[in-house]
Ligand binder design. Structure first.
Ligand SMILES: [Zn+2]
Ligand SMILES: [Zn+2]
Length: 417
């Protein structure tokens, strides 16, 4: 959709011209989408929203049937809407699988996972690749600068997942895993697009900068009260992470003011220390979570998390080795059978690395654990989204397990209840 730079070295004038052309293409894309959304809504009785194309509930006779003629008129626009929806993590089922009634869709898509970040700690693009480009320049980092990040799958922030959980009582619970250095950028971008109104709970995998340096900005998604008299949001952490929070963010932990100390408006957080054992299940605002202890370097324990009943989802963003006891819980060969979705660390295309899985390690883990679907996160600029996803599609075909690279803003409908 957006033209990409090649690896060849280009003059500054040509680069500027190309950049302007790309900007125009992006603007044109956005404009076409607005127009076609209006046309689809106004002329055919269809409407486009963030989960795709739906048939309106019949309110007037003109809205009851979608005719072949309607579809032929809309076909070019439908293609464009689908492309845009895909680029922002939209529904895959909207055109390919036909139209779904709202009730049917609500039943199927009751909860969803939103990838707030799929990159490494430095993220992509890497500043160095832009400030002092190599010869030839880094194709991935340059392509990550083409057009808005919202439609650029090579633009990656720190790993983070938002669980939009529909509780059995019908209410929504917004549970986030990790709040790293890019927390505010991720909130501003994806909470708006995916209509996430607030956070109800936070789970921290570990205490590295890309997992928790956004804690200070949590106040930006909390209510404002001049006396800080607001409900504290639960944050679930290991004791090791709690010790680190105490050292790095003491003002986010202290609850009582000393004599003469002024009130300062900081995030109101309710710290809950959890055991780092697969058997130490805990409740995060109604969603049952299983901790998945993993090695992140042989000297460091990080946590993954397993959640969901109808669909079981395992999230492991920082790992160099999965201990046997953890594998038992998420392996197809274990007592509980395969997980439906495995989200797994994959730092470099080439490896190995002492504290992270790289591509071959991640693929080996997928083959061993045999989830129904897997998504890789934590990727550096060694991964080019389209190229490497195409390679993964071939691997998936060969091995019979669907594996994809995640991308920022990607949205996966799930049933967690
Ligand atoms: Zn680069
Ligand atoms: Zn880490």
């Amino acid at each position: 959709m957006v033209p990409r730079l090649t690896n060849s070295v280009r003059g500054p004038a040509l680069a500027l011209e190309q950049h302007e052309q790309q900007q125009q293409n992006v603007l044109r894309t956005l404009l076409i989408d607005r127009v076609c959304a209006r046309r689809l809504g106004g002329e055919t009785g269809l409407r486009v929203n963030r989960v795709g194309l739906r048939r309106r509930k019949p309110r007037a006779s003109s809205e009851e049937e979608i005719t072949e003629a309607d579809l032929s008129v809309c076909q070019p626009e439908l293609g464009r809407v689908e492309e845009m929806e895909e680029s922002t993590g939209g529904s895959r089922n909207m055109v390919a699988n036909g139209f779904k009634d709202e009730e049917e869709e609500d039943e199927e898509l009751s909860s969803e996972l939103i990838f707030l970040g799929s990159g490494s700690s430095t993220g992509v693009p890497s500043p160095l690749c832009l400030l002092r480009p190599a010869d030839p320049p880094c194709h991935v980092c340059h392509s990550a600068m083409e057009g808005p990040p919202e439609i650029n799958k090579n633009y990656r922030c720190n790993p983070s997942l938002l669980i939009n959980y529909k509780h059995e009582d019908g209410s929504r619970r917004y549970i986030q895993i990790d709040a790293g250095k890019n927390f505010k950028e991720q909130v501003l971008r994806w909470f708006l697009i995916h209509k996430v109104p607030r956070l109800d709970a936070l789970l921290l995998t570990h205490e590295h900068a890309d997992a928790m340096l956004g804690l200070d900005d949590i106040r930006g998604v909390q209510n404002y009260n001049s006396m800080n008299d607001i409900a504290a949001m639960p944050v679930f952490v290991s004791q090791h992470t709690m010790d680190s929070v105490n050292a790095k963010f003491p003002y986010l932990v202290e609850k009582t003011l000393k004599e003469g100390q002024e009130v300062r408006r900081v995030a109101q957080l309710d710290w809950r220390v959890i055991d780092t054992s697969c058997s130490a299940l805990f409740d995060a605002v109604g969603l049952e979570i299983t901790p998945l202890p993993v090695m992140h370097g042989e000297d460091y324990l990080s946590l993954g998390f397993l959640f969901g009943k109808k669909h079981r989802v395992a999230y492991i963003s920082d790992v160099s080795r999965i201990p046997e006891t953890t594998e038992q819980v998420i392996s197809a060969a274990g007592d509980l059978g395969p997980v439906d979705i495995l989200i797994l660390d994959s730092l470099y295309k080439s490896g190995p690395h002492n504290t992270h899985f790289c591509y071959e390690d991640s693929l080996a883990a997928v083959k061993r654990l045999r989830p129904r679907r897997a998504f890789f996160v934590g990727m550096t600029h060694e991964f080019e989204h389209e190229r490497d996803n195409a390679e993964l599609a071939e691997w998936s075909q060969r091995e019979g397990i669907e594996v994809q690279l995640a991308y920022d803003g990607m949205r996966i409908p799930v049933c967690l209840g």
